[in-house]
Design a protein around this ligand. Structure first.
Ligand code: 2YG
Length: 277
């Protein structure tokens, strides 16, 4: 899993409003709306519930330590959505104690291995990888005006790709899997085939085969160029939770408002909504 840097995180807060509007233009849904669509919940109910729901973000110094602005940016995203949120004044165990003592309803925190949200009443735990795969699949579904029976390729069969593939199958999409590590694609196919009682899931041998004839892509790899420019023109829509972005700047310009990518926003929005379910 890719570790974000301050360069990834620092521009987010000042571009949130602009990003929210871009999502609206592309999917007819806001950041909150896409997260609600992902969980199939009514946005009005979520807006009502979030007013009385306090989320404390706890910085964690373990491992490689604090990412400057990470906790603050998570907090800004939560407040932009309409939650009460704050970063605890202390990190780690002290921060967790303060959250409980201040009667927080939920905490969010990340070390080098997991980024999680916990509802302190229901004890529900949401993992960022699961939420990110789900919410980007939801965004692609909206971008495509519904993915039922539409050919969709999932690039990258890690935790995010797995969550995305599972939710694309639930949306009725015809899913193909590609991963440079074929064994990862094969084991994911087996897992999903068992869950969905043998749906037709194709495993693609190479990126050209994976994209030719498949107009929708969910890019969930840590590569900065998982899709060569020459394969971009055939795409109708792309959702890219992979960090860094897996296409060139030129390809991003060609795709314009047919592709959705961010490094934190949609995943945090989905984690927060999941706490209210
Ligand atoms: O509290 C802090 O500042 C640090 N302990 C945060 C470390 C986060 C490490 N994880 C990542 O950078 C990403 N896996 C976060 C999620 C990326 C979006 N899918």
């Amino acid at each position: 899993m890719t570790r974000l840097t301050n360069n990834d995180v620092s521009p987010i807060s000042s571009h949130l409003k602009e990003y929210d509007q871009k999502l609206c233009t592309m999917t007819d849904h806001t950041l909150l709306g896409i997260a609600c669509h992902a969980y199939g919940v009514d946005e009005k109910k979520i807006k009502q519930a979030m007013k009385f729901f306090d989320i404390q973000v706890v910085p964690i110094t373990a491992g490689q330590g604090i990412i400057t602005d990470f906790s603050e940016t998570v907090c800004v995203i939560l407040k932009f959505l309409g939650f009460n949120a704050a970063v605890t004044p202390e990190p780690d165990v002290n921060g967790l104690c303060l959250a409980y003592e201040n009667k927080a309803d939920a905490v969010m925190m990340a070390d080098d291995f997991r980024f999680i949200a916990i509802n302190l009443h229901t004890r529900k735990v949401t993992d960022n990888s699961d939420a990110t795969g789900l919410v980007f699949a939801s965004a692609l579904d909206l971008l495509a005006n519904g993915l039922k029976d539409k050919k969709t390729t999932v690039l990258g069969c890690g935790p995010v790709g797995e969550s995305a593939a599972r939710n694309l199958l639930s949306s009725g999409a015809k899913v193909s899997l590609f991963d440079p590590d074929q064994t990862a694609a094969c084991s994911l196919e087996k897992k999903l085939a068992a869950e969905f009682k043998n749906p037709k899931i194709l495993i693609e041998k190479d990126i050209h085969a994976a994209l030719s004839g498949n107009p929708f892509v969910l890019e969930a790899t840590p590569s900065n160029l998982s899709i060569p420019d020459e394969l971009i023109s055939g795409l109708k829509g792309m959702a890219a939770p992979g960090v860094p972005l897996g296409i060139s700047q030129n390809a991003a310009r060609v795709l314009k408002d047919r592709f959705i990518h961010d490094k934190l926003e949609l995943g945090v929005a989905a984690m927060a909504v999941s706490l209210l379910l």
